[in-house]
Design a protein around this ligand. Sequence first.
Ligand SMILES: Cc1ncc(C[n+]2csc(CCOP(=O)(O)OP(=O)(O)O)c2C)c(N)n1
Ligand code: SF4
Ligand SMILES: [Mg+2]
Length: 312
Amino acid sequence: MTTAIAQPPAREELVPVAAPAAERKLPTKKELTADHPTWCPGCGDFSVLALYFKLIEKRRVLQEKVVSVSGIGCSSRFPYFVQAHGVHFIHGRALPFATGVSLTRPDLHVFVFSGDGDAFSIGGNHFTHTARKNVNLTLVVMDNEVYGLTKKQTSPTSPVGFKSKTDIWGAVDQPINPLKQAIAAGATFVARTTSTNPNHVLQMMEAAMDHEGFSFIECLSECVEFYPGAFDGANPRKGGAFNLVPAEHDVTDEVAAYRLAGEPFPGRFGIFYQVKRPTKNALEARINADYQAKTAGLESWQILARTFEKMK
Ligand SMILES: Cc1ncc(C[n+]2csc(CCOP(=O)(O)OP(=O)(O)O)c2C)c(N)n1
Ligand code: SF4
Ligand SMILES: [Mg+2]
């Protein structure tokens, strides 16, 4: 006896067709605002959210063409506040989820919003691998140098001496340097900004969005509740210094970028490193296209079955 196997629908039937951009009204900041942000008054994350809205508006991105993905943390509440595709995923696992979105929906702008704990502690491994794979997406880490949501534990970027619930006598472990970590892992765009300089945040977001590949932005974002004043030294309005990456810096020079990233706080702001390297998206798309050409006439599910046969 033979059993008839129902064939899955053709891919075209699964992809919703949006009206052409020319006929559509572009979303305003008001329409992009989903919910009242539940962050503490004065939290640096408000500024990042406002600039993300500005970015979408300025770059005339349709709501269904942008997706915000996050893990867990105060900063990771981000997608709740955006009226567009969004995912609030497992702690530290935003990047693998976003990788899947990026690979399967190349038409979307994929943004990941993370905290220093989410990105470099529990998600540290994923940070390394997403960078080396050069997945086409933008990661913005809102670095407040503390675990905010869980009420003040030492994070991987907390400075030595920082007193918290997990280091009541002061942290003794050397913090990681997010920029050096990103460069060493193979990120192709590495930048630093601070939420107290809105124009600069927008500038870095635009450059990251235009970059083909894994773009990483470390954005200093003060936790006014559990680490107030952490970034006053980088804020001219509080007597600090906001110094740009020197104009003569060659962004393709990995060693120079690494050296610049090692400057003591408040350090530099701007693009430290940017190079072109084929993305995982492009490399895999080529493999898929070549194989599909070889298997022309077969349905996707038949190609998949054939591939599984080969793997036996
Ligand atoms: C598997 C798992 N471990 C621990 C937690 C508890 N937890 C939630 S958020 C968080 C750290 C958040 O810190 P960060 O990423 O810096 O974000 P912030 O709140 O500072 O923005 C921790 C440890 C969790 N939710 N899931
Ligand atoms: S606890 Fe800190 S990081 Fe969290 S919302 Fe409040 S100020 Fe922001
Ligand atoms: Mg944090």
